[in-house]
Design a binder for this molecule. Structure first.
Ligand code: SF4
Length: 354
């Protein structure tokens, strides 16, 4: 039977090691070695473990995810397609930081997605299942291996890949605890951001954990009518309701919430939209990230969304800035590869790797 170390926290691994007839404390050595090596090619005989335990680990340790495909863009953005034990695949992305030695990682929380955001490639294949905490940790380790191979450090993590993290919160939180644990992943709490398309109950549940992590909200429209066209969740939860949950989260932590706003030509990118957004966010402690859309083909509603023109995007940015809203452009990452969430997975399904 294989042993997936990414699935274990310390107490559970201690139980397993004790059940094998070894001292439970070996679990700590084991997990430390596993995370230090980013889960790769570990020679278990070199860690001061009893010979019989090392041999058993050598036979039984395996990974919950293996690399199925890798795409690297000229800007260094690297997209990984990881194959899970049941054959399903999931995407993770490594993005170089402007500070040369650092990279940011983007993790998926589900296989597919049920949220139905109209401009998103992931949701077109539907929802398959939630990821386990171990499968999320495995993505983190895979990204750290990629970073290390380039002599860089994985510095920040965002749950902004496939899926809606709030709908798989127990596994996301379990993974975060391991990733941010000092003895294991060692990434600071404040270097981790969980993103939602706007589920107030999920934001409140995340808030209730008291974890000192960051929140991002994918707003994409300042008014309920435009939002409901783009995001089915917008029909259930009004913008004000989402922002109220966001305010509660922000009040406890003090740091700005990130507002994600993908500029779509002729849909949500007019000066009126910008002014409405500025009015909505005025007085709130937020940072707006304006995203360039990576076209993903015809949407569920039969639309072919396009990125905003440079002029419209610049005018939108200017309008927010003159109203005092902290705003940044997030340049398109790796447009030469299947950079939009869900694109690589769809392409791989259409044309298996040769
Ligand atoms: S944008 Fe995110 S939440 Fe919306 S369908 Fe895509 S993966 Fe799901």
């Amino acid at each position: 039977m294989s042993l997936l170390l990414a699935d274990f926290d310390r107490p559970r691994l201690r139980e397993r090691i004790a059940a094998w007839g070894f001292k439970a404390s070996h679990a700590d050595t084991l997990l430390r070695a596993y995370y230090a090596a980013d889960g790769a090619n570990i020679d278990w005989t070199g860690h001061g473990l009893p010979h019989a335990l090392a041999e058993q680990l050598q036979r039984e340790v395996s990974e919950p995810a293996t690399l199925a495909r890798r795409q690297v863009a000229p800007d260094g953005t690297t997209k990984l397609l990881l194959r899970l034990e049941d054959g399903l695949t999931v995407e993770s992305v490594m993005m170089p930081d402007h500070r040369g030695e650092r990279v940011a990682g983007c993790l998926s929380s589900q296989v597919g997605c049920a949220m139905g955001c109209d401009f998103c490639a992931t949701t077109r294949s539907g929802f398959q299942r939630n990821l386990t905490a171990g499968e999320i940790v495995a993505q983190f380790l895979a990204l750290r291996r990629e970073a290390r191979a380039l002599g860089r450090r994985l510095h920040t993590l965002v749950f902004m890949g496939m899926g809606e993290p709030m709908l798989n919160l127990p596994a996301v939180l379990e993974a975060i605890y391991r990733i941010a644990s000092n003895g294991l992943g060692g990434i600071g709490w404040r270097q981790i951001t969980v993103s939602t398309v706007g589920l107030p109950a999920g934001i409140d549940a995340l808030d209730a954990t008291g974890l000192n992590i960051n929140l991002a909200v994918s707003l994409h429209a300042p008014d309920d009518a435009t939002r409901a066209q783009l995001l089915p969740v917008g029909r259930r939860h009004k913008v004000e309701e989402i922002l109220a949950a966001m305010d509660r989260f922000q009040a406890r932590r003090g740091r700005p919430t990130i507002i994600q706003y993908c500029l779509l030509r002729g849909i949500n990118d007019s000066p009126d939209h910008a002014r409405a957004l500025a009015t909505l966010l005025g007085g709130r402690r937020v940072h707006v990230n304006l995203l360039t859309y990576n076209p993903t083909g015809t949407s569920l509603r039969g639309l072919d969304y396009l990125p905003s023109t440079e002029e419209a995007a610049a005018a939108f940015f200017h309008e927010l800035r003159i109203h005092g809203v902290v705003t940044h452009f997030r340049r398109s990452r790796g447009p030469e590869i299947d950079a939009a969430c869900g694109q690589l997975r769809r392409r791989a399904a259409e044309a298996p790797a040769g």
